[in-house]
Design a protein around this ligand. Structure first.
Ligand SMILES: Cc1cc2nc3c(=O)[nH]c(=O)nc-3n(C[C@H](O)[C@H](O)[C@H](O)COP(=O)(O)OP(=O)(O)OC[C@H]3O[C@@H](n4cnc5c(N)ncnc54)[C@H](O)[C@@H]3O)c2cc1C
Length: 429
């Protein structure tokens, strides 16, 4: 019964009748629960995974997924759309399988309030949903007050494209309209933020597009950080594929920006001269999605403290927070991490509704990045629960080797596509 793979992990769920475990998710025997109503807010990587696995683990739990949009567009591979490798259809997924194959009730509306005392979620249409357990996976919201001059209206001129959809399309069109010899400015925030390698994959795939169509252009990364994820691998890839095209300006070199001027099309560093760009991609600082704050789940920094065994909120009983909104350090804010947390959270809820103790879980994450269409790099980790919360398992994971040959990089680019197809079919397929 048990399949093992290079990067698998085992969630020990003896109390629930675990049978086997494959590639980072628990396969549990059907648990006998007294039923119960679970409402999940957010049909992205965390919420949709949790809803689906709740129903897989216990078909007598009533699961309602509240998602404001009728289709979900993934941020993973949205950089490949910007680079012209795929179109928006490739990253768009529907909720039919969750409804038809798994019996998840789907409500397309916005959750606008949570009454934790009465255990009710209020929707924008005025109706309410009663729950026994609530799962909140709203992803991120952008801090519109963090960079002077950069509010939601400004993001039409200087797209963030940090939520996939219309913003991705705007940025892609701007790149297509830019003249050869133009300057693209990308301004990533400080930590923590959604997808630590994302801005650098974006620079890479925009460079791929520019090299092909506008080879005299340049990309400047104005970074609020002193270093970034997989930095030596990215820099090596840039040198190999796009020599001289991408320049990274660190925080200490004046990379952090505290203002923008959308009329002048400039970013303003905290020191040094304003920088003009033909296309400017501002990725502002972030916080947990708005409903997490409304529900009283956030700390002073805007993220949600949770019990990392069950993802139950430390602030509100019977409410769980997963995905980017939750504090799950050292796990990164990634789709794979959110999905893994969604499965652990589903197991914890089923355990709780069936009067069982939640055993120690494991968690998994792999982040592939494409430096070019045939050049992939990755970072992977398996995590367990230690005395101080989630901790990476020593020796289980790591980053791609620095001196790998072209065939190795090409293989990793194929694994990246395989990873995407497998996780999206596991969640929405
Ligand atoms: C450019 C880029 C590239 C990335 N690449 C990768 C990658 O290669 N691999 C990877 O693992 N991760 C990647 N990520 C990160 C990944 O997208 C996020 O970590 C992941 O989406 C987080 O899942 P989530 O469930 O927390 O939030 P989301 O997936 O964003 O889902 C949140 C959902 O909640 C809904 N929602 C929010 N509030 C409400 C409300 N009040 N009512 C109803 N619905 C609501 C939203 O509409 C949304 O559908 C990337 C991110 C970016 C920006």
């Amino acid at each position: 019964m048990s399949k093992t793979t290079r990067r698998n992990f085992v969630l020990s769920v003896g109390a629930l009748g675990a049978t086997t475990s494959v590639l980072g998710w628990p396969v549990l025997g059907q648990a006998k629960t007294a039923g119960g109503r679970v409402v999940v807010i957010g049909g992205g990587f965390g919420g949709a995974s949790c809803a689906r696995y709740l129903r897989r683990l216990s078909s007598d739990i009533d699961v309602t997924l509240v998602e404001r949009d009728s289709k979900f567009m993934t941020c993973p591979f949205s950089n490949a759309v910007l680079g012209g490798l795929y179109d928006m259809d490739f990253i768009t997924h529907g909720y039919e399988a969750l409804r038809e194959k798994y019996g998840v009730k789907i409500v397309h509306d916005s959750a606008v309030d949570v009454d934790a005392g009465a255990k009710k979620v209020r929707l924008a249409n005025g109706s309410s949903l009663q729950y026994d357990r609530l799962v909140v996976s709203p992803g991120i919201d952008l801090r519109w007050d963090a960079i002077e001059g950069y509010d939601e209206a400004a993001s039409a001129a200087m797209p963030h494209a940090w939520k996939a959809g219309e913003q991705t399309t705007i940025l892609r069109r701007q790149l297509e309209a830019m003249p050869d010899g133009g300057v693209v400015v990308i301004a990533p925030p400080g930590n923590p933020f959604r997808c630590p390698p994302g801005p650098y994959e974006r620079a890479s795939l925009i460079a791929h597009y520019l090299k092909k169509h506008k080879p005299r252009s340049k990309i400047l990364i104005f970074d609020a950080k002193p270093k970034f994820s997989k930095q030596p691998l990215f820099e090596q890839g840039w040198q190999a594929l796009y020599p001289g095209m991408i320049e990274w300006i660190s925080e200490s070199e004046g990379g952090a920006i505290d203002g923008v001027d959308i009329k002048a099309m400039t970013v303003n560093p905290t020191f040094g001269d304003p920088q003009k760009g033909d296309v400017i991609n501002v990725i502002p600082p972030q916080k947990a999605g708005m409903i997490a704050g409304v529900a009283g789940l956030t700390d002073d920094n805007g993220w949600c403290p949770v019990d990392q065994r069950t993802f139950e909120s430390k602030a509100q009983k019977d409410i769980h927070v997963i995905g980017d909104a939750a504090i799950a350090t050292p796990m990164p804010k990634s789709g794979f991490a959110a999905s893994s947390q969604g499965k652990v959270c589903a197991a914890a809820i089923v355990a709780s509704l069936s009067g069982q103790e939640m055993p120690d879980p494991s968690y998994v994450n792999t982040c592939y990045s494409l430096v070019g269409p045939d050049y992939g790099i990755s970072v992977a980790a398996v995590y367990r629960l230690g005395d101080d919360g989630i901790a990476a398992v020593a020796g289980a994971g790591g980053v791609s080797p620095k001196d790998a040959d072209a065939e190795f990089r090409a293989a990793e680019s194929r694994y990246a596509v395989g990873w995407y197809q497998s996780i999206t079919s596991d969640i929405w397929g």
